[in-house]
Design a protein around this ligand. Structure first.
Ligand code: SAM
Length: 209
């Protein structure tokens, strides 16, 4: 779906060519399957955050077939890792294939199942956490990771504007309520310094002080 006036969206789409063949193939698959990946603008932004924060241990909640994970993995320092979590086994298989094609399989690990359960079984803190699971579970995802961010670590949440519905009180469905509740929890957390960027469908970035 489009998030901006069509002319602007087209301009942004054409502005920088996708010169990464594997990411381009994943974008094509997403188009064919109408699968909701973060897209190249947010992917590039995630890569910048990885470089700026010098993240080494990244957790992704809701990895799909690995598109956003591959954007982040490409920019990790050696020894860095993206921990992928995904509850659909077909998507995990596709992610494995793409990471092998990209030569990045040593920078990731795959966990199949419910992201919140997987995180509770993992040890240690994270330098960057990306939340992109089903929107009604956003508050539960935040609860699960709020104390697992390393100092100086980043929490990133995709679809933080949820098609603009979070700003419209007429929308009271479980997805909109989930995103709204996460925004309230993050905004009132004194340990976090937050920005909500109107990039594509909204990207929340919160820095753990
Ligand atoms: C929006 S897509 C993720 C897209 C991915 N971040 C990207 O941009 O390439 C959401 C994914 O989360 C998965 N998912 C939804 N709820 C989940 C949960 N509770 N635990 C694990 N995966 C979940 C879905 O199967 C879907 O593949």
């Amino acid at each position: 779906m489009g998030f901006l006036e069509s002319g602007i969206e087209e301009f942004l789409g054409d502005w920088i060519d996708q010169d990464d063949a594997v990411l381009a193939a994943m974008e094509e698959e997403a188009r064919e399957r109408s699968f909701p990946i973060v897209g190249p603008e947010v992917g590039r932004f995630l890569a910048q955050l990885v470089l700026l924060s010098r993240a080494r241990r990244i957790l992704e909640m809701g990895s799909g077939f690995g598109y956003s994970a591959l954007w982040m993995a490409r920019y990790l320092p050696s020894g860095g890792r993206v921990i992928q979590t995904e509850n659909d086994p077909d998507n995990v298989d596709r992610s494995r294939e793409y990471f092998q094609r990209a030569g990045c399989e040593d920078r990731t690990e795959w966990h199949l199942g419910d992201a919140m359960e997987i995180v509770s079984g993992l040890e240690g803190g994270f330098d960057l956490v990306l939340i992109d699971v089903e929107k009604s579970r956003y508050p539960a995802a935040f609860e699960q990771v709020r104390d697992r961010l390393n100092p100086g670590g980043l929490l990133v949440v995709d679809n933080a504007l949820w098609r603009g519905q979070v700003a419209n009180p007429n929308f009271q469905d479980s997805s909109t309520l989930g995103v709204r509740k996460l925004l309230e929890a993050v905004a009132s957390d004194r340990a976090l310094l937050c920005s909500l960027l109107p990039l594509r469908d909204g990207v929340l970035v919160a820095l753990r002080r």
